[in-house]
Design a protein around this ligand. Structure first.
Ligand SMILES: *Cc1c(COP(=O)(O)O)cnc(C)c1O
Length: 366
């Protein structure tokens, strides 16, 4: 059972919030992703002696960190990504916050950071929306993207888990990820680099995994691709995931396949939700090892009819083509697959309140 949230918040409103006109101009423009931020943020402190304390909603702004803070030296940092959706009646909802809160706890355990109670995680989103609700956009497929994160703040260069940490939530209004309609992307297969190791931090949502994915990501851009596909770090034979999204294959016979959680794959909440929606449709769902050869030969033979990636930011992204050093499969100009688009539609219909929430995934924030 989750205990109820009990931290008392101090609310200190910004003395320089954007005016209603400034905000309206931002929300009406090209929002993009992660470019604009709301007027406030949440901050909660932790130290080993007192535990979680000093919860506050304050003006969005720079953090004061000691230059010896452990996060700057040893990378003790974790984060989450979760959205608020405005429904047609103006109410504001989020999607499966318990799952994100529980994942933040698992990430914290792996990075030797303190665990924030799940109820406090959800409460932190509620507190931020209470002051910044006007920043939740209402244009189709737009949302307010929350970025909760935790850092080790103790000023100490000795190598051990920090005894001081802080948790923050910032929020960014986000436009439709595909401004011109959902279009297939091409993916670059990273054959030289891994994002995670056996026994490493691949299953934790930590900045370090992203740092390791940026060089191969640069290779992808150089090859005209937008994302990187990583293989398992042991044999280099099985597909794992993209730098920040999980992967699914749809087969001609109606099966839907995704790599089984291996210890180095991040357990996406979108992934889990897609698996459920696919089961609901009566599809045969397989979580198992998928070799890169199965992908290549399946797409070439027509056995695999659709491939897509999924994650909170872009929801579901069709993958048109896969390229590697000496091969290319798929057709980037083919339209997005039917199953891909139906699953995307269903998930977003639930999130935006256009369809009954039959699994109890939605939680009202305001
Ligand atoms: C966040 C993330 C995902 C997607 O997780 P969601 O909960 O669906 O947003 C997938 N892979 C990696 C590496 C991630 O960091």
């Amino acid at each position: 059972m989750n205990a109820a949230a009990s931290l008392a918040y101090r609310v200190a409103l910004s003395d320089h919030p954007r005016s209603a006109d400034q905000r309206a101009a931002i929300l009406a423009g090209e929002l993009g992703f992660g470019k604009h931020f709301t007027d406030h943020m949440v901050a909660i402190q932790w130290d080993k002696a007192t535990g979680w304390h000093d919860a506050q909603v304050c003006a969005y702004g720079p953090l004061a960190l000691d230059p010896a803070a452990a996060v700057l030296h040893y990378g003790q940092e974790i984060f989450e990504g979760i959205k608020a959706y405005r429904h047609a009646d103006g109410s504001i909802w989020t999607f499966r916050p318990d799952a994100n809160g529980a994942r933040l706890q698992r990430s914290a355990a792996r990075l030797a950071l303190p665990q924030l109670p799940v109820a406090e995680f959800t409460e932190s989103l509620r507190q931020l929306v209470a002051v910044d609700h006007a920043w939740v956009p209402s244009a189709p497929e737009s949302s307010l993207y929350f970025r909760p994160f935790m850092i080790a703040t103790e000023a100490f260069l000795g190598v051990r888990p920090a005894q001081g940490a802080a948790y923050y939530v910032i929020a960014s209004p986000a436009g439709a990820y595909f401004a011109k309609g959902v279009a297939p992307v091409s993916i670059w297969l990273s054959e030289d680099f891994a994002r995670a190791a056996k026994g490493g931090t691949g299953a934790a949502k930590c900045g370090g995994n992203y740092a390791a994915s940026l060089l191969p990501q640069q290779d992808a851009y150089a090859q005209g691709c937008s994302q990187v596909l990583f293989l398992d770090p042991v044999e280099g034979k099985y597909i794992e995931e993209l730098g920040g999204m999980n992967v699914f294959l749809v087969c001609r016979d109606g099966r839907i396949v995704t790599p089984a959680l291996s210890g180095s794959i991040l357990e996406g909440i979108t992934r889990a939700s897609i698996l459920q929606l696919a089961r609901d449709r009566g599809m045969t769902v397989e979580e198992r090892k998928v070799s890169i050869d199965e992908w290549k030969s399946g797409v070439a033979s027509g056995e695999i009819t659709e491939v897509f990636a999924c994650g909170t930011a872009a929801v579901v992204t069709p993958i048109g083509a896969l390229k590697g050093k000496d091969f290319a499969v798929g057709d980037i100009n083919a339209p997005a697959g039917e199953v891909t688009m139906a699953l995307r539609r269903e998930l977003t219909d639930i999130q935006y309140g256009r369809m009954p929430d039959r699994h109890g995934w939605m939680v009202k924030l305001a």
